[in-house]
Design a protein around this ligand. Structure first.
Ligand code: PLZ
Length: 455
């Protein structure tokens, strides 16, 4: 987008044509130039999925500095659900940044923060009295959920699951399951974190129900930790980085009711799965599960950094005055972005859009899985869908094919992401406003890449 475009009054049409256009090889010369500048300035610990540098983005298209237009099936890891450069977001954020960009809510409060907390109370599962606190990143929200659960219960232990991802800060590294690249040589990690098996239907014993998988986890927690020592059970209702693992039906409700019975706080990490992504406002809604605390981030603010902990008023308000906060948490520009994003999600009924995306994508992934025995499973919900690559007999994870397919998509101008404990899952997280045609074109490229790699 040129400066003139950015200055123009926002309208409903995206500023970049919603078409895939390749004008150079990917990455092109200007991207390659930036890559070499980067090598001398940016720490190599910070990596990027694609090697093409962004010039502008709108709707479901990312335009690079060489003029190539890529179809975005990743949404910056489930963030730009309302599409890039959504007009309502541009308007709200521009207006706010011109009015004031920061006072610090802990110093001088403002309406936007309160309004975001009101929206969170309205949209998150359950009709009980709720309170929220706002932060900058998902990891920070998760850390604060644990702080609140410990404070409210007077207990210390935290239960998490195999394949879980909760962040990269010290406590959240401890909560995250996968060593490399997240934790390797970054320890020591926070104590009082206990990991138990997740419900992972593809890899669990055949026929294991969600209730049985929950009982397996509950038994380990009872024996190894003791329910009376647990502050909280923290779970992603659909796992994100861990591989889009959807627990078997009954797993989440069984865990939630065991928590309720024993005074354990049930915390749902909806940072990746929340805000319309799975075809409901929150993934917990699919099974009518009402968590005590919910962490949100990513899709909440259309790309501005914002995160939240929302929960039962009595738990949230158990923390002493001044016990929660941070300089930027609930920054006014991020709050304006969130209010615009949430309004857009409501107006465009993006939960329904996510369901439509599933109806379009799932059959195509299913037919890919029929054709290629190396695709062991198609799973996910709404616009959070994935294929797991593994050999059909032993389910040995096939990361190299997953990476090769993803790279082939990137070279053809389609951004897809991988995930999974073994890096063998290709995940799709398109903006929920993507057109059916563009989505089909992205899937054509993915399908061809799978043929090229898997034969
Ligand atoms: N909880 C469920 O998905 C972030 C991380 C990518 P932050 N996932 C993307 C990476 O490699 O760093 C995430 C999540 C769930 C917590 C987080 C953490 O959110 O905003 O990245 O801190």
């Amino acid at each position: 987008m040129t400066q003139r475009d950015a200055d123009a009054a926002p309208d409903a049409t995206p500023q970049i044509p919603q078409r895939r256009v390749l004008v150079t090889e990917i990455p092109g010369p200007r991207s390659r130039e930036l890559s070499s500048r980067r090598l001398r300035a940016v720490a190599q610990g910070v990596s990027s999925t694609v090697q093409t540098y962004v010039d502008a983005a709108a709707g479901a298209i990312v335009r690079d500095v060489d003029g190539n237009c890529l179809i975005d099936l990743g949404s910056g890891i489930a963030v730009t659900s309302i599409g890039h450069a959504a007009p309502a977001l541009i308007e709200a954020v521009s207006e706010q940044v011109a009015r004031f960009s920061h006072t610090c809510f802990m110093v001088a409060p403002y309406e936007g923060y309160v309004a975001v907390c009101e929206e969170l109370a309205e949209l998150t599962p359950g009709r009980h009295e709720k309170r929220s606190a706002l932060f900058n990143s998902g990891a920070e929200a998760v850390e604060n959920a644990v702080k609140i659960a410990r404070h409210a219960t007077g207990r210390q232990a935290v239960a998490v699951f195999d394949h879980a991802y909760h962040g990269r800060t010290n406590l959240t590294m401890a909560l995250t399951a996968k060593n490399f690249p997240y934790k390797d040589r970054f320890g020591p990690f926070a104590p009082e974190v206990y990991r138990v098996p997740m419900s992972y239907p593809l890899r669990d014993p055949k026929g294991m129900t969600g209730e049985q998988a929950a009982a397996r986890a509950i038994d380990q927690l009872s024996v190894q930790v003791g329910a009376e020592n647990l502050a909280c059970v923290l779970v992603e209702p659909i796992q994100g980085e861990g591989g889009f693992v959807v627990p078997a039906p009954g797993f989440l409700p069984t865990l939630a009711s065991w928590c309720a019975e024993h005074g354990i706080i049930f915390v749902a990490d909806e940072i990746q799965s929340g805000f319309a992504r799975t075809g409901a406002w929150f993934a917990c809604d699919h099974e009518g599960v009402v968590p005590d605390l919910v962490t949100t981030a990513k899709g909440i603010a259309g790309g501005l950094p914002l995160a939240a902990v929302t929960g039962r008023a009595e738990l949230m308000d158990a923390v002493h005055v001044g016990g929660l906060g941070g300089t930027y948490g609930g920054n006014p520009v991020s709050c304006a972005g969130a209010l615009a994003a949430i309004r857009t999600m409501r107006e465009l009924d993006l939960p329904a859009a996510a369901r439509r995306i599933e109806a379009q994508v799932r059959p195509r992934l299913d037919s890919m899985a029929k054709r290629h025995s190396g695709i062991a499973e198609v799973r996910g919900r709404g616009a959070m869908l994935a294929i797991e690559l593994a050999d059909p007999d032993g389910l040995r994870p096939d990361a190299s094919s997953a990476q090769a397919i993803a790279r082939a998509c990137h070279a053809k101008g389609v951004i897809v992401l991988t995930c999974g404990t073994w890096g063998n899952v290709i995940r799709l997280l398109p903006p929920l406003v993507i057109s059916g045609d563009l989505l089909d074109e992205g899937l054509d490229v993915l399908e061809q890449a799978a043929v090229d790699v898997l034969g």
